[in-house]
Design a protein around this ligand. Structure first.
Ligand code: DOR
Ligand code: ZN
Length: 402
């Protein structure tokens, strides 16, 4: 049994927190804070097919370091996860990797929507956390750009009570706008090409489909004030619409291209600074439900390529909680809002079975980001000094000292 003596909880009470464990240990935890462990509903751990960027050995270690014990992994792998056979193969690979490092990380998988494999969706019903639809192209080939297939996915999902998670960028608008920016060597044009209108058009379409069929809709990586307004009006209408934002849309803006260059390229792209304030306000007002790291590692060599060849995405799972705790110190968020964003809302939206994992936090620890456990070996937060860090992650009966 492990006991954290005199630890504070998010509501301010002081308790002795007992963990059922093989280990016998009493930890004097006065001054530390126990929060529910982070649930990261959006990661790309790259198994199978792109394991030179990340795999579940390194991904799980990065998760644990970030106070996270449950991840939902995306289907844009090689091959993509769009049949139940591929899903079973992927799970076997993941389980093997987690066993090797002896970290029983909790995970769920998203199923990839593909117009040539629609009949697979009902078969996957009880095996996945939801269906992922790429409405616009991104890493991988999983794009669903025709209205007929989109309609079919939302209809099937509603029939089978499955949740649809959308990467909401409109493929037609992206294609139309591409010519104007093609050939540019300035990474910052990425935010102009994939502008707010591109996201808005797709979010509108997805919300309309959710309304048409009653489909539970989870809008991934909401990045702009305009998307927040659409989510707000959908929620006010009583639609089953939920919204996620990301650490990079909260803690970076388009000024980051100057220092990060290709490492700042991500889909949907970084926005102008004014959107960040709206995202924080939307968290406080509960229009945004969750934060997903959208942990999307690529190697440093890939990210150094010229604009056009440089893949989109950045790692982030380790620093979601420290960034949010630092934002708490800066007055942007309350602790209960952080708990809601990092675990409580996800638990409800995705109907997660009950388990009790913890992250033990030193709210006053000041440290500078200077390394990562991700296989990609870089982080966009390098050099940031943050106040508030996880010091233990408790996963079931395992307690990891960080
Ligand atoms: O920037 C992104 N990277 N956006 C995505 O939608 C996919 C992700 C990746 O898998 O690299
Ligand atoms: Zn993603």
């Amino acid at each position: 049994m492990i006991v954290f003596k005199n630890i504070k909880t998010a509501n301010g009470s002081i308790i002795d927190l007992t963990i059922d464990s093989q280990e016998e240990k009493i930890i004097e935890a006065r001054g530390l804070l126990a929060l529910p462990a982070v649930i990261d509903p959006h990661v790309h751990f790259r198994t199978p097919g792109m394991e030179y960027k990340e795999d579940w050995r390194t991904g799980a270690q990065a998760a644990i370091r970030g106070g996270c014990t449950m991840v939902f992994d995306m289907p844009n792998t090689l091959p993509p996860t769009f049949t139940v056979e591929l899903l079973a193969e992927k799970k076997a690979l993941i389980n093997r990797q987690l066993k090797e490092i002896n970290i029983p990380l909790r995970y769920e998988l998203f199923f990839g929507a593909d117009k040539n494999h629609l009949e697979q969706i009902p078969k996957a019903k009880d095996k996945v956390i939801g269906i992922k639809v790429f409405m616009g192209c991104s890493t991988g080939n999983l794009v669903m750009d025709d209205d007929e297939s989109l309609d079919a996915v939302f209809s099937l999902a509603a029939q089978h009570n499955m949740l649809v998670a959308v990467h909401a960028e409109d493929e037609h608008l992206l294609c139309e706008r591409k010519a104007a920016y093609q050939g540019s060597l300035d990474y910052a044009v990425h935010s102009q090409w994939r502008n707010v209108e591109v996201a808005v058009r797709a979010v509108e379409k997805a919300i309309n489909l959710s309304e048409k069929y009653g489909t539970r809709l989870y809008i991934l990586h909401v990045s702009s004030a305009e998307e927040v307004a659409l989510v707000k009006s959908a929620k006010q209408k009583g639609l089953p619409v939920f919204a996620e934002t990301t650490p990079h849309h909260l803690f970076f803006d388009t000024s980051a291209y100057e220092s990060l260059h290709g490492r700042a390229v991500v889909n949907p792209p970084l926005r102008d600074a004014k959107h960040r304030e709206v995202l924080f306000a939307a968290i406080r007002d509960h229009w945004i439900d969750t934060i997903g790291s959208d942990h999307a590692p690529h190697t440093i060599e890939e990210k150094a390529k010229a604009y056009g060849q440089c893949p989109s995405g950045m790692p982030g799972i380790e620093f979601v909680l420290p960034l949010l705790l630092n934002a708490y110190h800066e007055g942007h968020l309350q602790l209960d809002e952080i708990v809601s964003l990092t675990s409580a809302r996800a638990r409800k939206i995705f109907n997660l079975s009950s388990y009790q994992d913890w992250v033990i936090v030193d709210l006053h620890k000041l440290a500078t980001v200077n390394d990562t456990r991700s296989k990609c070996a870089w982080t966009p937060y390098q050099g940031r000094t943050l106040r508030g860090w996880p010091v233990y992650t408790v996963l079931g009966d395992e307690c990891y000292s960080l």
